[in-house]
Design a protein around this ligand. Sequence first.
Ligand SMILES: [Zn+2]
Ligand SMILES: [Zn+2]
Length: 446
Amino acid sequence: MEEKDARLKLFFNELYASSNLKSKNKETQIQYIDTLADLGITVTSRSIARFKTNAAEEHAEIVDSALAEHVEKAMVLNIDDYHSIHTPRMPNTTTTSTAAHLATILMNPITTQAAIPQENIHNPLLVDANLIKLNIGNQFMTLYSLTHNQRWGFRTVDDNTRLEELTVHSYDVRLKEKRHIRSIKDVVLIDLQENQLHSMGEYIDAINAVTSVPFIWQYIEKGHIIPLVADWPGQIHLRTAISRYLLYKDSSNITNNILSFLSIIGPLHISLNSRELVFLQYRPFFTEMYKYIFGPKKPLAQTPKPWRINLLLEIFRSLGRKFRKRFVFKKKEKEKEKSDESVSLTAMKMPEVHLSHLPLGFNALHKPNLFHYCDSTNCSVFFSVNPNPIRILACGHSYHESCHTNNDFKCLHCLGLLQDGIDRNVQSLLESLQNLNKKKKERTKK
Ligand SMILES: [Zn+2]
Ligand SMILES: [Zn+2]
């Protein structure tokens, strides 16, 4: 048929394209829709446009009235990227993928909590190294003496709880057990916008969509603050925007609206990121372990799913239970026969062992001394005096019980190491937060 009339071929092409709108640009889409309309198959592009405008206007009203019900309540904002995996990911000459990068902007009214007033919530020092060091020393250092299993104990849990714990990061819709957690009853979708969320400017665009809702505008004018839950890149970009406004005010080209948002990272992200970090640090070991358990034909993916990382960590944690006695008492018995109980790192298939693969203590200036019972710099126990019990800490340092108590149950060598690290990292973070020039380039590029 096509061969008889070339125009027919054009027509069929157009008809085919109209029924397959995904990968075309807007103008051609409109043209195709109108072709279908001429055929009486569908409505014209103008009707669709009108319908879309109406829907958008209605949506704005719905958002405003839904939020207005919770005017005195706390609000938590969530900005996250949404990768549409249902679009074709075929690269062509102009784009590498047609998958759209969308950002979901959700507002979650906390009906049980009153609105949060904005009172000195932004530290003028931007990131306060001394505050972090103080809290590490006072609150966490004692806990860092304990191994994971000493801290959390060898709990025995039923299969359902274990399944729940292993799949806590799984968003798989097939998991029936998870559906109720993902219910979003009061949550309001403020916008679903095309936004890659890759730069500070793009986060500001998302924030602007929020503040353009009249209700939100009034809400922050009243002096209420909105915590903003976002992933790690979100933390950095939002914190950068806040810092630059605090430092440079209007010359930062950022409005003071940004001060009404406080970026926070949720426990789920912390847990997810820290598990991933542990996995990445010891990847060669976990890869071998996976191969041993599931066979060489099933290699571990380069970036495994969170539940798989959880499973590997859980298996290793349970292993720790079996080897516990051997690990803990290894050092005490060092002068007895050299037993084969010590686990060499080559046996873990990590021939290239770096300091970072070893416990914290081996990275400190004062390394755990295998020939001394006590690593304390002010050790007052003489060996000849009555045997003072020894504690080997998770960091690898060992102390007399009394020396450990004298140091407030902290390893001061490792505290020093962490404090130095905090100083270094905060310094470099501050430099990047304050660097206005980099930011200006970013804005002009857009
Ligand atoms: Zn230590
Ligand atoms: Zn001592």
